[in-house]
Design a protein around this ligand. Structure first.
Ligand code: CMP
Length: 156
């Protein structure tokens, strides 16, 4: 029979393996790229990994937002209220807008293929940003890119 100590050691080892696995997922997301191994591991402790089927609604325009999502694999479509659509794939991040300004979700996001995501809760979002200027810069770049794309789309 396994002793309490060996069970504790096995549990600790499996937590360490899961953390290493999650750190590897974090490193695959461009938003988190360029961080030190220690910083990636800190983020890995905060994110949850989820997998949901195609057709799952991930965010609903007009509702309160509670998390930031990063796509590990799969695909989702963003539908904004004015009717603009945009496809998101592995490495893309969404859900940052309502966390930043506290306003409701600006768009509806649906999984169009089975999707695996890293989810960063609202309360950890600012904690992560406070510690890492490179992430703040990338979030700002993402926001600028989305405004530019929307502007280009509206003049077409
Ligand atoms: P949020 O408003 O929190 O929830 C919906 C998300 O869709 C939003 O954050 C952005 O991450 C994303 N989003 C909104 N507008 C666009 C757009 N024009 N192109 C791509 N993604 C968008």
């Amino acid at each position: 029979m396994a002793s309490r100590f060996s069970k504790w050691r096995a549990a600790k080892a499996s937590t360490a393996i899961r953390l290493r696995f999650k750190s590897q997922l974090v490193e695959k997301i461009p938003l988190f790229a360029g961080l030190s191994a220690k910083e990636s591991q800190q983020i890995a402790r905060l994110v949850n990994e989820i997998a949901v089927p195609a057709g799952t609604r991930l965010a609903t325009a007009g509702e309160a937002g509670g998390a930031l999502f990063a796509i590990i694999e799969g695909e989702a479509v963003v539908r904004t209220k004015p009717g603009r659509t945009s496809t998101l794939t592995a490495g893309d991040v969404f859900g940052e807008m309502s966390l930043i300004d506290g306003q409701p979700r600006s768009a509806t996001v649906d999984a169009t293929k089975p999707i695996r995501l890293l989810v960063l809760d609202q309360r950890d979002f600012w904690h992560v940003l406070e510690g890492a200027m490179p992430i703040v810069r990338k979030i700002m770049q993402t926001l600028c890119r989305r405004v530019r794309e929307a502007e280009e789309g509206s003049s077409a």
